[in-house]
Design a protein around this ligand. Structure first.
Ligand code: DAH
Length: 342
């Protein structure tokens, strides 16, 4: 076949096919067909050997010219195609980061956490500072410094889990009183929320793990009136202006005198109902004036300083607040309960 005819034919192929090609891959296929190792132009080059020395340069130049032309056309086409493909993919893959997505399921804070946060809010508003301490506590702080020496009968009510003879899981947050007095100087105004432990069987009102919040104030001239005023402010802040406190005489080794403090029943606002067993009052915390013996054991001069303390059970408040009748519900982690308390 006439070489010039073939070259013309190759040029025509390029002119006809190139405009119709839809992708860089198709351009590449055409390139291989013409310029590849087994391509048509490559095949023509190989025929140069069979020509006469006079013909060879002329034909060679002609082939080269066509090859350059083809290369250029294909390169241009490939470049243009690449740019178009990139634009298309950018358009296709654009994401609108402002588009709202399907709502994610949102969790909720645990009722104990909600109550704890609220109490912390309330007492820090009254000038108290939050102080936290260990759940694994020395017998010395948990009992001895709280005026509960070994073999004291009041230890019976607070049986706990012993790591060894001297280390226990704390049975109340009261050891934080000792930790505060031994590390700070009066005036002391602290609250200590946290987890406490007792060797109790699980039932509707008991759990071996529960929560308390201790309060302690030590300063000059601190009186029972200050204790009452503080707890009144707390009750009203938590439940409303019509809620008040009732102090009943009680006994705790670390306070003298001691009082159980009731709040007006929130369910019936004091009228008497099933929840308060008709009394109009709900028992919420233990409190009293810090026993001078405790002050002295913790290095505080009881002639100069006095103090009050209180311990609030958080479970009881949470149960009352959210109408939860069985304490076990608080620990089962059932979302049907938790999702009601957003
Ligand atoms: N620690 C006591 C308990 O767990 C509660 C308590 C009573 C704390 C009187 C006090 C207090 O600070 O003054 O039963």
């Amino acid at each position: 076949m006439n070489i010039f005819q073939t070259l013309q034919d190759i040029e025509n192929q390029v002119k006809e096919e190139l405009p119709g090609l839809g992708s860089t891959a198709a351009v590449e296929t055409l390139r291989l067909r013409l310029l590849g190792k087994k391509g048509e132009l490559t095949a023509l080059m190989k025929t140069l050997g069979s020509l006469t020395p006079e013909e060879r340069p002329k034909v060679g130049a002609q082939i080269n010219q066509v090859r350059e032309w083809v290369t250029q056309r294909l390169d241009e086409a490939a470049l243009a195609m690449q740019a178009r493909e990139r634009e298309e993919s950018l358009r296709r893959e654009t994401i609108d980061v402002t588009e709202p997505r399907d709502p994610l399921p949102v969790g909720s804070a645990h009722p104990i956490t909600l109550v704890m946060n609220e109490l912390v809010d309330c007492f820090t508003g009254l000038g108290f500072e939050v102080m936290e301490g260990p759940e694994v506590e020395l017998d010395h702080y948990n009992f001895e410094l709280m005026n509960l020496p070994k073999n004291h009968p009041a230890r019976d009510a607070q049986d706990t889990f012993y790591m060894d003879d001297n280390i226990v899981l704390r049975t109340h947050t009261s050891p934080m009183q000792a930790r505060a007095m031994l590390t700070r100087k009066p005036p002391i105004r602290i609250i200590c929320p946290g987890r406490v432990y007792r060797a109790d069987e699980v039932d509707a009102t008991h759990s071996p793990v529960f929560h308390q919040m201790e309060g302690l104030v030590v300063d000059e001239h601190v009186s029972m009136a200050n204790l009452r005023g503080t707890l009144e402010a707390f009750a009203k802040r938590l439940y409303g202006q019509d809620i008040t406190t009732r102090f009943r005489p009680s006994f705790f080794p670390f306070t003298e005198p001691s009082a159980e403090v009731d709040l007006t029943c929130v369910a019936c606002r004091g009228k008497g109902c099933r929840i308060c067993k008709g009394t109009g009052w709900i028992e919420v915390l233990g409190s009293g004036m810090v026993n001078p013996k405790v002050l002295e054991m913790c290095g505080i001069d009881s002639n100069k300083y006095s103090g009050f303390a209180f311990g609030i059970g958080l479970e009881r408040i949470a149960m009352q607040r959210y109408g939860i009748r069985d304490m076990r519900l608080l620990y089962e982690g059932d979302v049907r309960l938790l999702s009601q308390l957003r």
